[in-house]
Each structure stands twice: as C-alpha cells, then as structure tokens.
Write a protein that binds this ligand. Structure first.
Ligand code: A2P
Length: 308
C-alpha cells in the first residue's frame, strides 16, 4: 500500500466573526423539471480574497444566512461541500461552486419548514453577495500522491458534490488508474451532474459511473438498488478493484449510509476498509446492532467519510 500523503490545508481563513463577502456568478438548477426536489449548482467568485488558491476539493465552505432565528440570535453558519476542483471552475482558482438542495419539509400539523440557508442560497441571483467562511475539512481530500491510487466513490444525493471536482481533477491530469463512482438517488429526475459523468464514462475506460435509482431500479431479486448493493451486483468490476492494495474508498452523503456500506464490506470480506473493535469484532456482521455500528465499526485509514 503506498503511503497516503494528505495535503496540508489552510483552515478557517475566514471565520463567522470575520467572514468575507463574495458575489454569486451563476445559480442553475441541476434536477429535472418534473422532479419534486430542487438541487442547484451555485458558483461564487472568490477572486481577490484570501480564499483564492486555498480551497481544496473535498473541503467545505461556510455560508452565513442573513436574519435571526426565533430566539433573536443570528442564524448559524451552514457548511457546503465544494463541488469544483482545487483549480476552481475556471482553472484559475477564482470560481468555486457548491451543490445546494432546497430543504422543504412538512410537519404533522401541516406546517411547512423551509431550510433557512439552502433556500436563501437557492434564491440568490448572479451579482448577489453572500457572507462566506472557511475553508474547513482536513481529511476528506485527495492525497497529494493521488495518481498512486484507485478510487471507489460512494455518494447519495448532494454528497456527489466533492466527486465532481475530484474526478475532474484526476482525469484532467492524465490519471490512468481506476475510478468508480456509485451514486444513489430516489428517482431518475434527481440524477445530479449526469450530463457531466455520462460522457466521461464513455470517454474514459478507467472511469465507471454507476447510478442507483432506489425507487425505480430493481435488483435481480426485486429489492431496491442502494449504493451498497453495488458491491454485490457489480462484483465483477468491484471485487478485483477492492482487493488491490492501492484502492481508497470515499463515502459522502446521507448520514446512515455508512452502516449499510460497512455491513456489506464486512460480509464481502473487505475488512481492510474498516477498523472493527471489540465487541463488534467478536461478532459476525449479521450480528452487529446499531450500537456496534455506531461505536465500534469505524473507517480504516484508506476510507474517507463525510456524512451529514
Ligand atoms: P430511498 O429514499 O428510496 O430509501 P436524496 O438525497 O436525493 O434524497 O437521495 C438519497 C438516496 O439515498 C435515495 O436513493 C435513498 O433511497 C437512498 N438511501 C436512503 N437511506 C439509505 C441508506 N441507509 N443507505 C444507502 N442509501 C440510502
């Protein structure tokens, strides 16, 4: 296994007490018209600020929404994963992007809850300015020696954001090892950046884009396709890759997606991606309960996790 050399990163150049104001240059919808979900790709211009050249793919930026909560306090910052490569959308590190899903929930009493920051960001127009902090995140990164590894990327929903930048960064630099991107969403109308990943899959023999549409696609046995079921259903592609000692695994998206992936990894015998401690190590993966999965089954040094 080559040594995983994570890059040094600069953290919190701008803080909630001292944020920077940056303009939005583009705000476009990613989901299809007929989708009940609204996910947007938002691009910010950070040129001339101290963020320029200091935001790495895999990191997050913070956004401070205006206004106050019901207790009269300023709204807290929300973190968003960067969706652009380290060189930015423009190749010059001037433009960075993120992927924002409008949070819209209905409670039992028919009351509608609109996520404060996601709806604020989604409504903004080019030229509008936002208060930004960051960057944050020091582990969910590509190694400096990125070309020494293969990558298996798991994403659900907007968890795909960092992989958009990472995959562009890898393939633009003549990467010739293997990349598999396993993406899960509910309906075909919620596929994110598929117009970007599908042509890349066609163009590069070493890039494999595997969308899993949980409420439309079915596995051969009739059960739902989730990102983790890929480990069984695409075994011909994944088994040899997972067994290579220079393969790294990344998990980004819904909190809770790790447990399904970890259990499947253990059942398949890919224990090198996990750090399983007592008492879970004395049990079979079928016997692991929620407490085991939460406390005693952890990612190993070659597994990177960002869930929310
Ligand atoms: P489902 O909702 O059919 O159960 P989005 O963020 O766009 O809603 O997508 C999340 C995707 O992740 C959906 O396809 C959802 O499936 C799926 N999902 C939900 N729970 C898990 C889980 N524990 N592990 C993996 N995938 C999950």
């Amino acid at each position: 296994m080559p040594e995983i050399k994570l890059p040094e990163v600069e953290l919190n150049i701008y803080t909630p007490k001292d944020p920077v104001e940056v303009p939005i240059v583009e705000n476009r919808i990613c989901t299809k018209e007929s989708s009940p979900n609204f996910v947007r790709h938002v691009i910010f211009d950070i040129s001339g600020t101290d963020l320029e050249g200091h935001v790495r793919v895999g990191q997050s930026i913070g956004i401070l929404p205006p206004g106050k909560n019901e207790k009269g306090r300023d709204y807290k910052l929300r973190l968003y994963s960067v969706a652009s490569p380290t060189k930015g959308e423009d190749g010059e590190s001037y433009l960075i992007s993120t992927t924002v899903k409008r949070t819209i929930e209905e409670f039992d009493n028919n009351e509608l809850y609109l996520g404060v920051c996601s709806n604020y960001l989604a409504d903004l127009q080019p030229g509008d300015k936002v208060k930004m902090t960051g960057p944050s995140g020091r582990r969910f990164l590509l190694p400096e020696n990125a070309t020494d590894f293969n990558y298996v990327f798991f994403a659900t929903g907007t968890g795909i954001a960092p992989y958009r930048g990472m995959i562009k960064e890898l393939l633009d630099n003549g990467f010739d090892n293997e990349i598999v991107l396993i993406f899960g969403c509910a309906y075909r109308t919620d596929l994110l950046y598929s117009d970007y990943f599908e042509p890349l899959d066609e163009k590069h023999d070493n890039f494999h884009y595997l969308p899993h549409i949980s409420r439309e696609d079915r596995r051969p046995d009739g059960t739902k396709k989730y990102v983790q079921t890929c480990l069984w259903d695409e075994a011909e592609l994944l088994d040899p890759l997972m067994e290579q000692e220079n393969t790294l695994m990344y998990i980004c998206g819904l909190k809770g997606m790790e447990s399904g992936i970890y259990r499947t990894l253990a059942k398949k015998g890919f224990s090198q991606y996990l750090d399983v401690r007592e008492p879970a190590s004395g049990k079979t993966p079928e016997e692991w309960n929620e407490r085991d999965l939460k406390r005693y089954v952890k990612p190993s040094a070659r597994t990177f996790v960002e869930v929310y």
